[in-house]
Design a protein around this ligand. Structure first.
Ligand SMILES: Cc1ncc(COP(=O)(O)O)c(C=O)c1O
Length: 382
């Protein structure tokens, strides 16, 4: 199994920091904000009230109800309790969904660039990842690209909008058309919507959950509290899907990790049911950073960057800087760290060599210093 590119970058930064270097770190795949106070207090109260025992595998009823209510309020969708389960992070929802579905040799379509976990989970489950190249359409999967990639062995497609690493967001009409095609061809869909709420106007928040029920019979949505509520360490996520699929997923979870941590479940209930101002504040901060960063990146020679409509990543093309001594984006990232103590994540691990991922889940001051360093570096290499 491949080591995660994200974690490798984090470790390299840590080693330099330990040696006393002034590191600018754009590697982070998590918010730089603290978990909002009301959410922490809900966990404290749950602990004091003795809610520290096993719960049902898919989470307590109040959490399932909070997830169902959220989707009803936001997207007008009616999910039944048998169609929802809480998981230990969105990652476990994806894992459960994939391992319960695949038989040996099943093909799984994964658009590039992809979150590093997708192909690894598919291989773990005995499936065969089949990648769809989307560079010609600036990393936005089109219905035509999807349709062309389907073979008689295609069992599943994994979608991720907003995307990690590209930050790109599928337009609702495109998203719908892709799921219509999947439905016509009896292909299952896992829609990883972990960055659901981090979308920048004019792009709009869209969940596949808002599609009509007949398009959702082979659709599993993976959701997460990690990014929206700055709760990465709490390990809370959920899955929404057809009852028979969720039932199989509950079996896998029941015989592996059981319920997500009980007190984290109460924190998650408060996250959904409590005040949402903190989400707006984080979004406003990401919006300002994103605008500044995109402008700064566009001014750097040798760097090109599509506009990321969501998440908190920019994914620039650095091939303009690979003409002289540097030959790959891996070398680019490595040398940038050595010369300028600045961490970016090489795109190769995401299936997009020639690109690097820059996370703006870091302060404006760090962004400004990092862009000075990146510019200096790029000017030396074009
Ligand atoms: C695209 C994507 N999906 C899922 C996850 C999983 O998040 P978690 O398991 O913390 O909910 C991440 C985390 O980085 C992600 O980037």
């Amino acid at each position: 199994m491949q080591a995660s590119a994200t974690l490798a970058a984090a470790q390299a930064a840590e080693a330099l920091r330990a040696a006393g270097a002034d590191v600018v770190d754009f590697g982070a795949g998590e918010p730089d904000f603290d978990t909002p106070g009301n959410i922490k207090r809900a966990a404290e109260e749950a602990m004091r009230a003795g809610r520290t025992k096993y719960t049902s595998t898919g989470g307590v009823r109040e959490l399932q109800a909070a997830i169902i209510r959220f989707y009803k309020d936001q997207f007008g969708t009616e999910y039944a309790p048998a169609e929802v389960m809480a998981t230990s992070g969105g990652k476990q929802a994806i894992f459960n969904a994939v391992v319960t579905l695949l038989n040996a040799g099943d093909e799984v379509l994964i658009p590039k660039p992809y979150w590093v976990t997708f192909p690894e989970v598919v291989v773990f489950a005995g499936g065969k990842p089949v990648f769809i190249d989307t560079e010609t359409t600036n990393f936005l999967l089109t219905p035509e690209q999807f349709e062309r990639a389907i073979t008689p062995r295609t069992k599943l497609v994994i979608l991720n909008s907003p995307s990690n690493p590209s930050g790109r967001v599928l337009m609702p009409e495109t998203f719908r058309r892709i799921i219509e095609i999947a439905s016509e061809r009896n292909i299952y869909v896992v829609s990883d919507e972990c960055y659901l709420r981090f979308v920048y106007p004019p792009a709009k928040v869209f969940s596949a959950a808002s599609l009509p029920a007949e398009l959702r019979s082979r659709l599993c949505i993976a959701g997460s509290f990690s990014k929206t509520y700055a709760m990465t360490g709490w390990r809370m996520g959920y899955a929404l899907g057809p009852a028979d699929w969720i039932k199989a997923m509950l079996k896998v979870q029941g015989h592996s990790t059981s319920n997500p941590t009980s007190i984290a479940q109460y924190a998650a209930i408060e996250a959904l049911n409590g005040p949402q101002e903190s989400v707006g504040e984080m979004l406003a901060e990401y919006t300002a950073r994103r605008a500044w960063l995109l402008q700064a990146l566009r001014d750097i020679p040798g760097v090109k960057c599509n506009e990321p409509e969501g998440a908190f990543y920019a994914f620039p093309d650095v091939r303009g800087c690979l003409q002289k001594d540097l030959k790959t984006s891996a070398e680019f990232a490595e040398q940038l760290l050595k010369d300028e103590q600045t961490v970016v994540t090489d795109g190769t691990g995401f299936g997009a060599p020639g690109f690097v991922r820059i996370s703006y889940a870091t302060s404006m001051a760090q962004l400004q210093e990092g862009m000075i360093r990146l510019r200096r570096f790029c000017e030396r290499h074009i």
